[in-house]
Design a protein around this ligand. Structure first.
Ligand code: C5P
Length: 224
């Protein structure tokens, strides 16, 4: 059976990863969460006092950063490792969310991450989510989804997610962070978030996760 690339892009916290994970499981493909790579780079920059405005420091840091994913259980849950250490919990925290879009806007960082992502999907048969997958990483992807949802719905989902991880953050602070990240992500010069011309636009504000997964799997099946 031919393998395809499923590229899912969209705004922050609109359910891309929940959908991508379940679609990947149904297609029996690995799921690659590219946002976690930018989060891991941000964590490294913070821990090692790397100045994002100093290209030499950024270059050196990128040479020292090794990101990998390891499957944790039969559910297909992947966790992110930075230089051999599991950083999955740490990179989901709010202090990372506050800095990640500035780090992800750096050209050197984008080039390094995009090259790794292209390598991971070189044999196809992957579901990858992010902001530039259908436009920059795999412009030839067989299926591209551009996902969005109402800002309040997104903030509520994010609040619940953080709460489940033990972080209690007010809805205004979360909504503000999402707005700021979306602004930086859509306005940066390199690999900005935008809908690819051939992407399927999916607003999931008022549909269930199951409905959304069924739809994406159906669209994928049409391409296989
Ligand atoms: O998907 P997630 O919200 O975890 O991504 C964190 C941040 O990483 C985004 O706000 C965005 O700034 C950046 N990102 C990116 N390109 C990607 C994936 C994520 O710039 N492909």
């Amino acid at each position: 059976m031919p393998k395809i690339i499923v590229a899912i892009d969209g705004y922050s916290s609109c359910g891309k990863s929940s959908t991508a994970k379940l679609v990947a499981r149904q297609l029996n493909y690995p799921y690659i969460d590219t946002g976690s790579m930018y989060r891991a780079v941000t964590l490294y920059f913070i821990q090692n006092h790397v100045s994002p405005t100093n290209p030499k420091e950024v270059e050196k840091a990128l040479q020292d950063i090794h990101i990998s994913f390891r499957r944790q259980d039969d559910e297909g849950k992947n966790e992110t490792y930075l230089n051999g250490l599991n950083v999955e919990t740490e990179i989901r925290k709010m202090y990372i969310a506050e800095k990640v879009s500035d780090v992800a806007a750096l050209v050197q960082v984008r080039h390094a991450m995009v090259a790794q992502q292209q390598q991971m999907g070189r044999e196809k048969g992957v579901v990858m989510d992010g902001r530039d997958i259908g436009t920059v990483v795999f412009p030839e992807a067989e299926l591209k989804i551009f996902m969005t949802a109402d800002p309040l719905v997104r903030a509520q989902r994010r609040q619940l997610e953080l709460m489940e991880k033990g972080e209690l953050i007010g809805i205004e602070e979360i909504a503000e962070n999402l707005k700021k990240r979306d602004y930086i992500d859509t306005h940066r010069a390199e690999g900005p978030l935008r809908q690819a011309e051939d992407a399927f636009y999916l607003d999931n504000s008022f549909i269930t996760l199951e409905e959304q997964v069924d739809l994406v799997v159906r669209l994928a099946d049409e391409q296989i």
